[in-house]
Design a protein around this ligand. Sequence first.
Ligand code: FAD
Ligand code: NAP
Length: 492
Amino acid sequence: MAPINEYDYDLIVIGGGSGGLACAKEAVANGAKVACLDFVKPTPLGTKWGIGGTCVNVGCIPKKLMHQASLLGESVHEAAAYGWEIPNKEAIKPDWEKLVQSVQNHIKSVNWVTRVDLRDKKVEYINGLGFFKDPHTVVAKLKNNTERTITASKIVIAVGGRPRYPDIPGALEYGITSDDLFSLDRAPGKTLVVGAGYIGLECAGFLKGLGYESTVMVRSIVLRGFDQQMANIVADSMVERGIPFLHKTIPKSVEKTEDGRLLVKYVNTETQEEGSDVYDTVLWAIGRKGLVDDLNLDAAGIQVKADKIAVNEAEQTNVPHIYAIGDIIHGRPELTPVAIHAGRLLARRLFGGSKQIMDYTDVATTVFSPLEYACVGMAEEDAIKKYGEDNIEVFHGFYKPTEFFIPQKSVRYCYVKAVAERSGDQKVLGLHYVGPVAGEVIQGFAAAVKSGLTMKILLNTVGIHPTTAEEFTRLSITKRSGMDPTPASCCS
Ligand code: FAD
Ligand code: NAP
């Protein structure tokens, strides 16, 4: 192998998203010379965006802003119950174009700040599509169709993924994905959301909140991988808000109608009953594919596993000087803070002498459905599978957020659950919460779970009143007791 200084860079990062940028900046902070390549291929509809990756441009950030827009619509109506004089409630409606403009303005400002930050931190940014020429050489295909070849001692692959399209007639021509939704130049209208994962539920939720009819098509179960009691509570709370779910159903085709709308034909996979309906928008939210195809991985000898890259616990591929982080790695959560944390820790190990590896356990997450769901740790069914039903205790309770009373908002699905070991101080294995600001509630508890939280400590924690987070400190009813988990009183 050539000595380290024979390479152009100490590190090349392919992919300038959450993980790649965090890794590149941390590597420079630890003394490395770093180049970071980023390139976005347009969607079939032609949508493209700037540096920063999925989260900033077509993921968490625009999603959260649209979710917030939807919640604000709800709040306007609630405000009237609280005594705000709203002259003509019926006239209140969303302006999709204005919303998209505001969201896109914010994204552009983040793109700009990102570029300035890279320049300030001395990361060389190359706006090109990267692929391997050999294990130490990466070629960047630039916008003007020229190529630039660079070498590095170490390479990190952080190319993320893109939405999948189903293999049915009309899918590519007429359907859109989350890559298009946040910059759509027309109001989506009546929308069919295919897929019942995070993206499907979140998009269907905010679209309905913004006043557009939305339907969720579920192939098998809602929120696969999550605690299924909680997943069903989330789905039921969406149905209560007027979002129908087509269960055990898959789409068969999409056709354009004479008046320019979209006719979707579908089939129920249990009854084989066929059905159809007409929509203005069809949104595919059926999962994401790792972007391995453009990388020419064979030239470097890197092994692929189900369109992702297989890595060991140190994010190392089968080629020892090549690593992968973020959504592109196989079998890890596809979440922004996971990509960032793994990227930083990797850079410190590569250039800062650190030995710390990423801990992928007990990563908290939130589904930004209209009534949000957040959790950390194990699902009830996973705990039962691992420890046996007799060895776990499940504490649970419905609760009534104080602020829901005056506007008479439904409290039916506000629910918390703690899954714990049954013996000793009852180590907490998982916490689950459906209700307002779920992510804000669970984030702090996630640190407690990481620190070995027990039910004894949780129930000895004095709550903050009146909050919804305090419900975790009031969990006195176990499922095993069979007692009614519906609250009788609020303040005593
Ligand atoms: P990415 O951010 O996808 O970055 C990869 C970059 O590499 C992209 O810019 C890509 O274009 C570029 N690239 C690809 N191939 C090449 C190549 N050959 N050469 C050069 N560049 C290349 N996560 C959360 O934690 N919270 C949320 O609320 C949340 N909401 C989401 C909502 C939506 C709609 C979506 C789609 C995702 C959401 N996520 C959320 C997931 C989160 O966005 C991802 O986990 C995160 O962006 C992954 O970061 P990454 O660095 O691995 O990849
Ligand atoms: P996902 O969570 O994997 O869900 C995909 C959904 O599509 C599942 O319900 C799946 O059903 C269904 N599906 C798959 N193929 C289908 C087909 N051919 N026809 C019909 N339905 C099909 O994927 P996602 O919602 O696209 O999200 C991708 C990742 O982004 C997530 O894993 C998550 O980590 C990240 N993300 C995070 C957040 C957040 O943190 N709030 C938000 C959005 C996205 P089956 O169960 O039957 O397979």
